[in-house]
Design a protein around this ligand. Sequence first.
Ligand code: IMP
Ligand code: MG
Length: 184
Amino acid sequence: MHPDLEAVLITEASIRRRVKQLANEIMKTYGDEEITVVSIINGAILFTADLLRQIENPVRLDCMRISSYGSATKSIGTPQLVHSLTLDVKNRHVLLIDDILDTGKTISVVTELIRKLHPASIRTCMLLDKKGRREVEFKADFVGFEIPDKFVVGYGLDFAERYRNLPCIGVLKSHLQNPPEWGH
Ligand code: IMP
Ligand code: MG
């Protein structure tokens, strides 16, 4: 285990198994339709890369960058769009992929932005869901794992841009989390 982790919450093997199951759920839902995947970077990069390799539908891929946090774990309010889409999503089946559903603010803002572009459909696939933290009501169509209210890193999730490369998902030791007033 990485020395900065307090515990491993989800192992590399269970991520792999669940990603395969999610891909099957997604393929069943879309039939043989083409999917326009919108990955919210940086957090969803690893998850998107693994998930897409298990999906057999025709896929178009685009990325969006949203910033809702400063360098630490403290929310700085309304999520801001930093980098927008380059693909046309009008009349397309859009699947939004993100790392974690926390307060729900990010995915709600992104969903509203995409909705204005008149896609044929919008669905969301989240690797993790911290149900207990919701401030804006939101239900994802596909969820990898429900997790408790702990600050997690790894498999794309960061603390101050670090730990994204860990192959598992783990709880960061609390003395490494700043600022201390953060509620996790
Ligand atoms: P929301 O807008 O509050 O739902 O936040 C979603 C974003 O917050 C995610 O895309 C992450 O960047 C960040 N986030 C929330 N919880 C965690 C966590 O436990 N670890 C790392 N990032 C997190
Ligand atoms: Mg993120």
